[in-house]
Design a protein around this ligand. Structure first.
Ligand code: HEM
Length: 523
């Protein structure tokens, strides 16, 4: 039997240490830093793997802070891939994981032989954050929920949300203008914070539709709940601690109870609505679809698992979690790379002005014509995929690419490493070059499965259409109204805290295009 490729690599102990204690704990990172700092001196080489642009832009070097050390931990697989080839064993705490970065094998795992592999069950702390919805469900219940919820994300449905999302972006842009310094006409904005307003609004409309205001109140409570959960996630993990009646735990339980109470009231109100009201030309929202599915459950010949109030609560958590931060990270990285590459910024702006004009909120048909912007978004998703990896578990003993994989083996698909593999993307794999997507996604790399920011197969991201539409709309509106560049305060430090985000935020300097028409403006 071929043995797994065991890699004696300096990175293993770090991964091992950090993952033992919940992945991001400060204590673990301190241990990590003590062991690894003398060996690494500086983390810059790893960042260079992430983006060659850093060197070009002479961005400030930084000290090796604990969180920055996490970057190295998170990109261990990237380095292992480059050192060893595309299939290797890596330790995640006491558990071995087979990292698979070969696109043919990834295709087998996620698509052609997906029945042999299940989604990996997240840690309870993570599940608390992501909810027990679509992301973590499996088997028949997952299939039922996916079928029920899919219509929300059909393009015909989503395009009805565009004017609302567009209005939120325009309001945000107008606020930036009022914040500008009257002398210079410029304003510095940390886009990583502001974009969350846009994505929260979009997900609230998608989930609650015409009950938007009630939905906002629910998601506000959920934000507080998630703040508690993510704080706990960053601390040392003590099994069972989350069940103790500490001050924070009791506050979390109270919030959870309140969310359920609000949703039950909302569901009751929606159920009382007449059919006429339900069909008032509103977009199909997640809440409405789930309520219908719970009441239609009895009409199905073989009801799988009727959707309960608890299911609705958990799906709301899941969609809020899966839909908000991912898309705001994409928006943040897109703005950062456009600020780094003024020539692409200008090309994208000219296209937007030609297709959509200088002021109007772009409609679905216009967005579809923004080819350059589409290429830029793809290239951003390639270099900075918000979800850096995904994990599967073998359901039985299987042979994959000549390896005998025992049942229950975890398989890590390092999306970010695949996206940076020079064997697939060519020698400029670490460079920002949207032109590689000019002939479509399938032809951008040497393998059609080399680009998987939204996963692949049956469990591919259900929110992909919404994310891309929202991102295109938001960036188009910003390009119509502003020219922008990186703030000198910006530090290029992509780091992973569940998702890939800029460790020190993303301060960008915006200048309104109406004020920058003066002859002496410099960008
Ligand atoms: C740029 C934005 C986004 C990225 C990069 C992204 C990425 C992903 C990836 C990689 C997966 C597959 C995970 C796996 O195979 O294990 C996934 C699944 C999922 N995503 Fe997204 N996502 C994004 C936006 C959204 C949005 C806006 C929503 C909801 C409104 C959403 C909801 C979900 C859900 C519910 C799943 C689980 C699907 C299932 O298992 O059936 N995502 N996403």
């Amino acid at each position: 039997m071929p043995a797994f490729l065991l890699v004696p690599c300096a990175f293993m102990p770090h991964w091992h240490f950090c993952s033992l204690i919940s992945g991001t704990s400060n204590l673990a990172v301190c241990i990590y830093v003590c062991i690894f700092v003398p060996m690494s001196c500086h983390a810059m080489p790893c960042q260079r793997l992430v983006d060659a642009d850093v060197a070009e832009h002479g961005l400030p070097r930084q000290s090796l802070t604990p969180l920055f050390a996490c970057l190295l931990v998170a990109h261990g697989h990237l380095i292992l891939l480059l050192l060893t080839g595309s299939t290797f064993l890596i330790w995640f705490g006491p558990t071995p994981r087979l990292a698979v970065a070969d696109p043919d094998l990834i295709r087998e795992i996620l698509l052609s032989r997906a029945e042999h592999f299940d989604r990996y069950e997240s840690h309870p702390m993570v599940r608390q954050l992501e909810g027990e919805g679509l992301v973590s469900l499996r088997g028949e219940k997952w299939a039922h929920h996916r079928r029920v919820l899919a219509p929300t994300f059909h393009m015909e449905n989503l395009k009805m949300l565009l004017p609302f999302i567009g209005k939120t972006v325009v309001d945000m842009a107008e606020k930036w203008v009022t914040m500008a310094d009257p002398a210079s006409g410029e304003v510095e904005i940390d886009v990583s914070e502001w974009f969350q307003i846009v994505t929260e609004d979009a997900i609230t409309r998608t989930a609650f539709g015409r009950s938007y205001e009630d939905g906002k109140a629910v998601f506000k409570l959920q934000t507080q709940l998630m703040a508690f959960a993510s704080e706990a996630f960053r601390k040392v993990f003590i099994p069972g601690y989350r069940f103790l009646p500490t001050k924070k735990n009791t506050s979390s339980w109270k919030l959870d109870k309140e969310i359920r109470k609000n949703l039950v009231t909302l569901i009751g109100r929606r159920q009382e609505a007449t059919d006429d009201e339900r069909l008032q030309g509103c977009a199909k929202d997640l809440l409405g679809l789930m309520i219908n599915a719970s009441s239609n459950g009895g009409r199905r010949r073989q009801p799988v698992s009727p959707i309960s109030v608890n299911d609705i609560v958990e799906e709301c958590k899941t969609f809020f979690f899966a839909g908000k931060q991912t898309t705001s990270n994409l928006l943040t990285w897109t703005t950062v790379v456009l600020a780094m590459h003024p020539e692409w910024q200008e090309r994208a702006r000219q296209e937007v002005l030609e297709v959509c004009g200088a002021h109007d909120i772009p409609c679905r048909e216009q967005l579809a014509k923004l080819k350059t912007l589409g290429m830029i978004l793809n290239e951003t998703l390639r270099l900075y995929p918000p979800a850096v990896a995904t994990v599967r578990r073998a359901k039985s003993n299987v042979v994959l690419g000549g390896y005998h994989i025992p049942r229950d083996t975890e398989l890590l698909i390092p999306i970010m490493a695949v996206h940076h593999d020079a064997r697939l993307w060519g020698p400029d794999a670490t460079q920002f070059n949207p032109a590689r997507f000019a002939d479509g996604v399938a032809r951008a790399a040497k393998h059609p499965t080399a680009f998987i920011p939204f996963g692949l197969g049956a469990r591919m991201c259900i929110g992909q259409n919404l994310a891309l539409l929202e991102a295109k709309l938001t960036v188009a509106i910003i390009l119509q109204r502003f020219e922008f560049r990186l703030s000198p305060k910006y530090v290029h430090a992509p780091t992973v805290l569940m998702l890939l985000h800029p460790q020190y935020g993303a301060p960008v300097i915006f200048r309104s295009r109406s004020s920058s028409q003066t002859p002496d403006h410099h960008l």
